[in-house]
Design a protein around this ligand. Structure first.
Ligand SMILES: NC(=O)c1ccc[n+]([C@@H]2O[C@H](COP(=O)([O-])OP(=O)(O)OC[C@H]3O[C@@H](n4cnc5c(N)ncnc54)[C@H](OP(=O)(O)O)[C@@H]3O)[C@@H](O)[C@H]2O)c1
Length: 218
């Protein structure tokens, strides 16, 4: 069985994966870029954005796990676009003509529209279906490869609540957001289903990996 994996998903110390007030100008609301500053410094991000340089330490090693072995992505409507994107027939995501997914990418929304083929192998497909059915569809598209669950926060929380995540890499940034969308709400005892490791980075963030435990602890 292929895996459902999460990579580079960043939360604040108080558990928020995005701030309040998302808009076209502020994709992460009042959080700005603070949740992902650790990633922007890495060689991984520099290469993704066509620039030389970047760090090569712990943060970079984790960040690079994002792509290998992935054959499809599932994302939520709130990651695909700002509030109201449904009303814009021209909206094709934040990422320009060649988005960084390079696979079939399934957007969960109650406002589906026809698929959009982008450059570089990304095709956006729009699904109004349950997390489990979306995962089944993405698995078929991914073939022998894994499916990345790309967020945002509500979508990831729903997939966790449904027990669909096999491997999750979270990054805890040393900031307090105070408001926004919280990942953990309603996920009591989640830790019992996973083997969890924490790796501190000199940059100040902590990398957490949740790997589904073969036998659940009672
Ligand atoms: N911290 C990180 O690393 C990270 C990573 C990715 C994104 N983000 C941020 O997270 C934020 C987005 O998160 P969010 O919680 O606001 O939204 P989200 O999780 O991206 O999407 C939630 C929305 O997706 C649609 N949806 C979800 N499940 C569905 C289902 N089963 N069937 C049909 N539609 C479904 C619904 O929208 P509609 O039906 O209204 O379309 C729902 O309101 C953005 O600010 C983004 O930048 C953070």
């Amino acid at each position: 069985m292929t895996l459902a994996r999460v990579h580079n998903f960043s939360i604040s110390l108080d558990g928020f994966g995005t701030g309040e007030g998302q808009s076209r100008e502020t994709p992460f609301g009042h959080a700005g870029e603070r949740l992902h500053e650790w990633m922007f410094a890495t060689g991984f991000w520099h290469s993704m954005t066509g620039r030389p340089g970047g760090t090569g330490g712990v943060d970079d090693a984790f960040a690079r796990q994002h792509g290998p072995g992935i054959g499809a992505e599932i994302m939520g409507s709130g990651k695909f676009g700002p509030p109201g994107w449904h009303e814009d027939p021209e909206w094709k995501g934040w990422w320009g003509p060649n988005p960084p997914f390079h696979t079939p990418t399934f957007v969960l929304t109650r406002h589906p529209r026809p698929s959009i083929e982008m450059e570089g192998g990304t095709t956006f497909h729009f699904l109004d279906t349950s997390p489990a059915e979306a995962l089944e569809t993405a698995r078929e598209a991914a073939g022998d490869l894994d499916v990345r669950i790309g967020g945002g926060v509500t979508l990831l929380r729903d997939f966790l609540a449904a027990g669909l995540i096999d491997h999750m890499h979270l990054v805890v940034a040393p900031i307090l957001l105070g408001r926004g969308e919280r990942l953990w709400d309603g996920l009591e005892n989640l830790e019992q289903s996973y083997d969890i490791e924490a790796t501190p980075s000199p940059s100040g963030v902590t990398h957490l990996t949740f790997t589904r435990a073969t036998v659940e602890r009672g």
